[in-house]
Design a protein around this ligand. Sequence first.
Ligand code: NAD
Length: 482
Amino acid sequence: MDEFEVEYPELALFIDGAWTQGAGGRGEPVTEPATGRVLGRVPVAEAEDLDRALAAAERGFAVWRDTPIEQRSAILRKAAALIRSRAQEIGRVMTAEEGKPLAESVGEAGRAAALLEYNVEEARRAHGRIIPSAVGETLSVHRVPVGPVAAFVPWNFPAGGPMRKIAAALSAGCSIIIKPSEETPGTSVLMARCFEEAGLPPGVLNLVFGVPAEVSEHLIPSPTVKFVAFTGSIPVGKHLARMAAGVMKPTGMELGGHAPVIVCADSDPVAAAKACARGKYANAGQVCTSPSRFYVHEAIYERFVEAFVAASEAVKVGNGLASGVTMGPMANERRREGVHELVLDAQKRGARVLTGGQVPEGEGLFYPPTVLVDVPEDSRILHEEPFGPVAPILEFSDLDEVMERANALPFGLAAYGFTERAATADRLVRGFEAGILSINHTGGSVPQAPSGGFKESGHGREGGAEGLDGYLVTKRVSHKLA
Ligand code: NAD
């Protein structure tokens, strides 16, 4: 097989344990961002298909809820093992449809398996308690699966995104109807096959694609659905949360961010710049926790900028399937246009581009690693989530003042700090209004710790012991002995 060949799977909806095309025969092409070639055709679910998925999820829930935890866990572990054993194959499909370098994709497929395994373990500990109570009564707290879940996830983590919802729902004993992005459907299809082969009963996992608004408007108000889980942009999250509120349905919202990075005077500017650049360019900056506003102390500013530019220029941009490539294309044209508009806006207001900043000629949705300095405070890039490989680097002199700038936006997802002093690290940790904090690194999430936002970045947590909370409902049982 040549370096760029991919065995792209046949795309279908997975409803009630069977693979099917949409009832109306509608479909959309899926394209490869690195080349523009068409990889496949994703079917579009009609109302009729969604009704079948709802009925299947209802039946699947009744079966799965009452399946003993040992059996549930054996099936899910088997699915995880299959995903792990196919990480290369899944990774190639992921890179073709999303663009990220193959090593990132293969790593993500492995982490999706690890996430499932962790949630399965955690579900064993999702037990209730007995409370001392008044005479003649046994008072207990039970945690039970909430019911069928409707989940919507975007394109930037084609394996990790869907798996966060699927792993928590299925481990908790819920069934799920999930709509991954129509732009990256192949990865979910390959993962769903693993659940099918592992022996998951029909209707427990239902995979649909379609016109996003049609699917959410159909599923969210349905009385079958008991919990709505969404990852994506803040405007869409607010829209779905309003829809869910209309029927008083709980939601888990994992939305966008605009993560500040504070690099203090006592940190090593070169090491910090390298770590920041690594974090910035992972998945071409299309990560909700991507470091996106760099505040560097004036004492080390020049050296930091120089090292950051050098690290940016060392990034090898290209087709993610080619060996040696460290950053792929943007996943879609919307993103590339959006990022470039932010760069042009900053330039128009007086920012200087030290490297990058030009849309390259030729095929593929590439955008170069871009560094901006002298960025005026009113530039859009300092207020809107860039979601791309652009780094605005700003100077500061006073920690209290920069914390205020860092917390000034309505986002509260991730924040980063670089310092050698424990006391300063403590100030940053206490001061940042964000749900995900990293000190002296920009590494990603791990299954055993919760991720999620403050403020407009959403609510609910994924991963860790907290990750099952949205998928469980608490019952208080007071049993009066006769
Ligand atoms: P978008 O707002 O158009 O879509 C985001 C996701 O929501 C997509 O997967 C889309 O299919 C889905 N969606 C859109 N309308 C929907 C609806 N009515 N019902 C159900 N699902 C719906 O944004 P986009 O162009 O795909 O990405 C742009 C922005 O989204 C980024 O700049 C970033 O802010 C945000 N985003 C965030 C994350 C994240 O991990 N939090 C991931 C991807 C995108």
